[in-house]
Write a protein that binds this ligand. Structure first.
Ligand code: XIL
Length: 368
């Protein structure tokens, strides 16, 4: 009977997603996904990406990057970014905007600038134009992306070579002048597992630029990791506790958890479910964590196989749009957090009331 009802509702197209709906019920602001332009002509993809109950927030995976928005000096192009921003406008989904100043996907004409004043003018013009174009539409902007190396040094990128750490301060100031309503984030990878050299350096960097007047509201932990080797909830909570002393909010901004060896079996799928659950659990249990964005939701469009040949299947849906155990694990956790009132009631429910990774794993075994 239930099954027939499901078929009927599916046929009517009324079965909607649940990640964002449940995330909100559990007290988060959103559950979101990155969306890249090549996927926009795929109806199977769009049906999920445009469903606000599934994803309350969209992030252009590439469309707002420097190489797309100002490929040559003074020529601004917004087609790719707008294609995604316009979906969010139609559906009422929120936008997480990404990213203004980054050493990657940076056009050659910027990397060949060595003069401090010129670089400052170039950054100013870029942010004023791009953040100006999207003014009022971005819940948050990743203002500066990946400015610190794993060993804790500042990344020696063209902006740093021209201006030193002032490029970071300057970028945040211009972003705030341009779009005062946007939450301004510093965003990076490998800053999830407490507390490595990069995390310590990131904290020192945020202190430095805030002392110099940079309005940094949030820290984004990208959250790219590997099945079976990803950071534990405890480690991520420790990091977020330290970041929470510096900024108003934190978020997981680009989560994907890839298998390092393919093909995989049921045990690896289940482990991936556990690993995703640790991320979502860490966010739920930290008051300043506002939401989670996955770096695309289907293996069909994941960036992983290109970036890490031989690795992949990192997303919540497979390439045929079947939900994986990882999807189910997040749903189960969000449901139990919502009904336990973990973040919504005045007195948060004890963490023990929320489903544990092991309890979820037991349900998978039982069902298998
Ligand atoms: C990736 C995109 O997903 C790819 O399509 C592109 O080729 C390279 O960039 N950290 C970031 C994201 O901040 O912008 C990157 O996105 C993934 C790593």
């Amino acid at each position: 009977m239930k099954f027939q009802l499901f078929i009927l509702l599916s046929a009517l197209g009324t079965v909607t997603g649940q990640l964002d709906k449940l995330a909100k019920e559990a007290g988060l602001l959103y559950f979101g996904t990155a969306v890249d332009n090549p996927s926009l002509n795929n109806q199977n993809y769009l049906r999920i990406a445009r469903d606000p109950a599934e994803f309350g927030s969209l992030t252009p995976a590439n469309g707002q990057k420097w190489s797309n928005t100002q490929p040559s000096q003074g020529r601004f192009t917004y087609g790719s970014g707008d294609a995604i921003a316009n979906i969010a406008r139609q559906t009422g989904q929120q936008l997480r905007c990404h990213t203004l100043v980054w050493y990657n996907q940076l056009p050659g004409w910027v990397s060949s600038v060595y003069n401090r004043d010129q670089m400052q003018q170039i950054i100013t013009a870029h942010i004023q134009n791009v953040a100006g174009h999207y003014k009022g539409r971005c819940y948050a902007w990743d203002v500066v992306n990946e400015a610190v190396e794993d060993d804790g040094r500042y990344r020696n990128n063209p902006m740093y070579r021209a201006m030193g750490v002032d490029y970071i301060t300057h970028s945040f100031k211009v972003a705030q002048q341009t779009d005062p309503a946007a939450r301004l984030y510093y965003n990076d990878f490998n800053i999830e597992r407490c507390c490595n050299a990069k995390i310590n350096a990131t904290i020192a960097m945020i202190r430095t630029v805030k002392a110099a007047g940079a309005p940094v509201h949030g820290i984004g932990m990208q959250g790219h990791s590997r099945v079976g080797m990803s950071p534990s909830k405890r480690e991520m909570k420790e990091t977020m506790a330290r970041f929470s002393e510096l900024v108003d909010e934190v978020a997981f901004t680009e989560v994907d958890i890839r298998h390092t060896k393919l093909p995989i079996g049921a045990a690896e799928r289940k482990q991936q479910g556990r690993d995703y659950m640790e991320v979502v659990g860490a966010c739920l249990e930290m008051p300043k964590c506002v939401g989670i964005t996955v770096w695309d939701f289907t293996d069909q469009y994941s960036w992983i196989p290109q970036q890490y040949p031989g690795e992949g299947e990192a997303c919540l849906w497979d390439r045929n749009y079947n939900q994986k155990p990882a999807y189910q694990s997040i749903v189960a956790l969000l449901q139990s957090a919502a009904s336990a009132g973990l973040r919504t009631s005045a007195t948060p429910a004890p963490v023990a009331a929320v489903m544990t990774v092991d309890e979820w794993a037991a349900t998978v075994t039982a069902a298998a």
